[in-house]
Design a binder for this molecule. Sequence first.
Ligand SMILES: [Mg+2]
Length: 179
Amino acid sequence: MKKLVLDFDETLVYSSTQVMGVNSVPFTVNDTTFYTMLRPRAKEFLKFVRQKFEVCVWSTGKQAYLDAVWDYIALDGFTLWGREQCRQADPPPANGGEPYEKPLRQLTDDLSQIVLVDNSPSMFAKCPLNGILCRTWRGDPHDTELEHLSYYLEWLERQPSMQRDHHAWRLETLCLRSR
Ligand SMILES: [Mg+2]
C-alpha cells in the first residue's frame, strides 16, 4: 500500500487559544486550553484516504495535543506523529517559518511510494516531488479543499510513482473531475 502523510494544523484542523464560535471544541493539554475546529469534510476525507493509503498524520504540534484532538475525531487506522518525530530544520527558516522538518525517509526508503500534503511548503523543500501544497485553512466554512484533494489523491494512488511536479494539482484535478 502506498503511504500518505497528512499535516494537521491548518490542513485538517485549526486550533487557537481564543474561542472561535460555536463549532470550536475546547481541549486542555498540559494546562493550556485550545479551541479546535475541523476543516469542512475532514472526517469524510480521512475515511476515504484510509481505504487507499497507509496514512500518517504528522503534526509539528506536540504529541499530547495531537492525541487529545484525535480522541475527539475518533477515527482509527491512522499513525499519529507529533513534533517528537520531526527534525530541527537545517538550515533554520529565515522568514519565521516552522523550525521543523518531516523527513519522509523515516517512513520509507522508497520515495516513489509516499506523498505529503501540507500547507507549509518548507516541509517538503528537500523532496519537492513528494509534496502537495494545500491551502492554509483557518476556519472558512465554505472551504472545499479536502474534497477536491480526494479526487487528486485517488488518481495519484493509481500511478506507478507518486513523485511528480504537483504544483498544478488543483487545476489538473478540475480536468479530472470534468471528464
Ligand atoms: Mg500545517
